[in-house]
Design a protein around this ligand. Structure first.
Ligand code: ADP
Ligand code: MG
Length: 729
């Protein structure tokens, strides 16, 4: 077995970088080449059809059949020119991946001749038999079909020879079965609510967009080592492995020079991304060895999410060419940093204003503070829901697990804004303010520096940090589809902005002027959401204690946290506004429980197998070597000398034997617990049981294996070790 490990290592030592040529040194020459963007639409569509699509994109509407037919003609022409032979509706089922089913353009024409055809009907809608996607009980087998419908706001693109049409995915009875449909609804809610509030400051604002820049962290390991680690192949993470003597202590990987082989991979996937109009811009080494990050320029939320999903797909594909595997798992290696997907989020108006960016005068700054405080209030009020949106099995090793940030969602503002909010809370009175008081307040907020970047962004431990002109939601997991967190965040802020408007109007009705009413409500919100603000070290023990004192919710359990989707508060945010129906929300939660259970189940099975048929036999082999050695000593040495020489070896034999016995017993016990859990009908209870009764075995079993790894002869250890996985490339 150890041969596999050593031959894998030899393979890695002999690797050479796979060189890659971009079509041109100037990115703008090929940027967007594989996308049917507005520019190409203008060229390939009739004037009429172009106008229709443009309007549909701007207004978030869908196309009629006739309109779609017009678009399909131009789209087919472009796609065939670029060598496409097939098309697919590309969608986001509730699996964290994307789905596609390819159909050829091929059709039987008259007289038995084959023709290429692509109609408006198949462009806008399709009916995949998608009975195997998770639906949380919405779909019965007799109505297994789902519908996909074109999301005009996300452009069509080509991958290889397939034309990909971004779509939403709904059931036969109309319920959403994907992430995109509710995301579009949440964004539309945010638009409506934010435009209303913007009207207090600028009557010209007609539309507000959520903006999102996603930093993507990932690990790379060599393909040969990947195949020698069944746990990574099957569970996306290492289920065993002793810590490497050196890993990230010296922080010498962070921002270090990117290794050449890795650089070739990065350039290659960036080129594919750029052709697909994904504006990847930043690349660097991350903290842990073999960990890296890339980030695009920010875009409108729906597009940014599509682009991130597509980017992950491209990265996986291109990695194979370079004999690498990308690990998007949140915690592929114990003991060193995990990976996240930082969601840099803000709101922008159609007048070109970033609503979370301080402006030039008291008026724009009051607008800025209004949106800032409303976001804080939303994070405070929907605290549990926001955590629920990022909690899942793999991210639980990163959030709330040991050696990881806590599962407490707090907001970091930086000293300047913290003081600013405190001063507003102090100065604003509920009585009618004097002109002098008002002037003082306005002068104060007029002074907010336009560039707050230097004052903030110091605290890298905060899960929700203000970084000068946006919030950075860092608790999102690296493997996640960001839609889940974006649905909740945008919905919570939309809900909050609606409440804000109502409260301000009530005060105005009592005869106060607009600014005073706004100040009063902001003051109230600042006081009400104070407890969610935290400037210190989120990883510290003190914060856990402090958060408990503040009664901030901290639920490290995944199913318990996911359950918070169903609290009355969460229902208000998600159902009242029509983002989900009651049935859709319940089914989603159901899907999450099931996903959790299945993932723990897979990990438990993989670990059980590896422990019994890889590790135990290896340990027995080494034990036999030691016993043979002891026997040999007995033959060669006299009694006295033998006793002295053999004692250390005998101790080793006993230690190894104890570990073997423990592993065998624990694996058996774990199987018994699984059997008991498997018969539980209720999916929540089942998930909780898997978490409480099965998951702890993973840690216990691995601790024995990891100790064996330190004792057993390196020559016969079957699996690549952490030092090999993390430092060989
Ligand atoms: P960091 O220093 O946090 O690692 P990066 O440069 O890696 O920063 O990523 C910052 C991300 O934030 C980029 O994707 C950037 O486009 C995005 N961003 C900047 N401004 C905004 C904004 N107004 N709204 C959303 N995202 C933004
Ligand atoms: Mg970064």
């Amino acid at each position: 077995m150890a041969e596999l490990r050593f031959s894998a290592l030899r393979e890695v030592f002999n690797r050479v970088p796979v060189e890659y040529e971009t079509p041109s040194k100037v990115i703008s020459k090929y940027y967007g080449a594989d996308v049917f963007n507005l520019h190409k639409m203008e060229h390939y569509l009739s004037k009429e059809a172009f106008g229709v699509v443009k309007k549909a994109i701007e207004e978030g509407k869908s196309l009629s059949r006739q309109e779609a037919d017009q678009v399909a003609i131009g789209l087919k022409a472009w796609a065939m020119e670029r060598g496409a032979t097939h098309f697919t509706h590309w969608f986001h089922p509730l699996t964290d991946g994307t789905a596609e089913k390819h159909d050829g353009f091929l059709e039987m024409g008259e007289n038995g001749h084959v023709v290429e055809n692509f109609s408006g009907a198949v462009l806008v809608q399709s009916e995949p038999d998608a009975s195997s996607f998770p639906s949380g009980g919405i779909r019965n087998t007799f109505e297994a079909r789902g519908y996909t419908a074109w999301d005009v706001s996300s452009p069509v693109f080509i991958v290889g020879t397939t034309l990909c049409i971004p779509t939403i995915f709904v059931s036969y009875t109309g319920e959403a079965l994907d992430y995109k449909a509710p995301l579009l609804k949440a964004l539309s809610e945010l638009d409506k609510a934010a435009v209303e509030v913007c009207q207090y400051f600028d009557k010209d604002v007609k539309k507000v967009y959520g903006t999102l820049g996603i930093e993507q962290e990932y690990f790379l390991i060599d393909e040969a080592l990947y195949y020698a680690r069944p746990d990574i192949v099957l569970a996306d993470r290492t289920l065993m492995g002793h810590q490497s003597s050196k890993d990230q202590q010296l922080a010498d990987h962070y921002f270090g020079s990117i290794p050449e082989r890795v650089m070739c991979f990065i350039k290659d996937f960036e080129c594919s991304a750029h052709k697909l109009g994904i504006p990847v811009k930043t690349r660097h080494n991350e903290v842990a060895p073999n960990q890296f990050e890339c980030a695009p320029l920010y875009e409108e939320v729906n597009l940014a999410v599509d682009h991130n999903q597509l980017l992950m797909d491209i990265m996986k594909r291109v990695a194979r060419k370079h004999k690498f595997r990308v690990l998007f798992h949140e915690k592929p290696f114990a003991g060193i940093n995990g990976s996240g997907k930082h969601n840099n989020w803000s709101m922008a108006t159609d007048t070109g204003v970033n609503l979370l960016s301080p402006g030039k005068n008291p008026k724009t700054n009051l607008q800025f503070l209004t949106f800032l405080v409303n976001v804080i209030k939303a994070v405070h009020d929907s605290n549990e829901l926001i955590r629920a949106s990022v909690m899942n099995e793999s991210n639980s090793y990163r959030l709330g697990g040991h050696e990881a940030p806590p599962a407490i969602i707090s907001v970091f503002l930086g000293t300047y804004l913290t003081e600013m909010l405190e001063s507003i809370a102090r100065k604003v009175t509920d009585r009618k303010m004097t002109p002098a008081q008002k002037t003082e307040l306005k002068l104060g907020i007029g002074k907010i520096p336009e560039i707050l970047l230097d004052n903030t962004d110091r605290n890298r431990t905060s899960p929700f940090a203000f970084t000068g002109n946006r919030f950075e939601f860092r608790a999102v997991g690296s493997s996640a589809n960001c839609s889940a967190s974006m649905i909740v965040l945008n919905a919570a802020v939309a809900y909050q902005l609606k409440k804000f408007k109502v409260e301000v109007e009530q005060i105005i009705k009592k005869g106060r002027n607009k600014d005073e009413a706004i100040f009063q409500v902001l003051k109230k919100y600042i006081l009400e959401s104070e407890k969610v603000l935290f400037e210190g070290d989120n990883y510290s023990k003190e914060w856990h204690e402090e958060a408990a004192k503040r009664k901030l919710c901290n639920i490290p359990s995944v199913p318990e946290s996911v359950k918070c989707y169903l609290t009355p508060g969460s229902r208000d945010v998600l159902i009242e506004s029509g983002i989900f129906s009651e049935k859709e929300l319940e089914s989603r939660v159901e899907v999450e429980y099931e996903k959790f259970t299945k993932k723990v189940q897979i990990e438990a099975r993989v670990l059980g197998d590896l422990a019994i048929n890889h590790i135990v036999p290896t340990a027995i082999r080494y034990m036999t070597m030691l016993t043979d050695n002891v026997k040999g000593l007995k033959e060669v040495f006299n009694e006295l000398e033998y006793e002295r020489l053999a004692s250390a070896r005998k101790e080793m034999i006993i230690t190894i034997s104890d570990h073997i016995s423990n592993i065998k017993k624990l694996v058996n016990d774990m199987i018994e617990e699984r059997k008991k859990a498997n018969v539980i009908e209720d999916s929540f209870k089942k998930a909780v049981t898997y978490e409480k009764k099965v998951k702890p075995f993973l840690e216990e079993i691995r601790s024995h294996i990891d100790k064996l790894e330190l004792i057993v002869d390196n020559e016969i250890w079957p699996l690549p070790k952490y030092r090999e996985l993390l430092f060989t490339r």
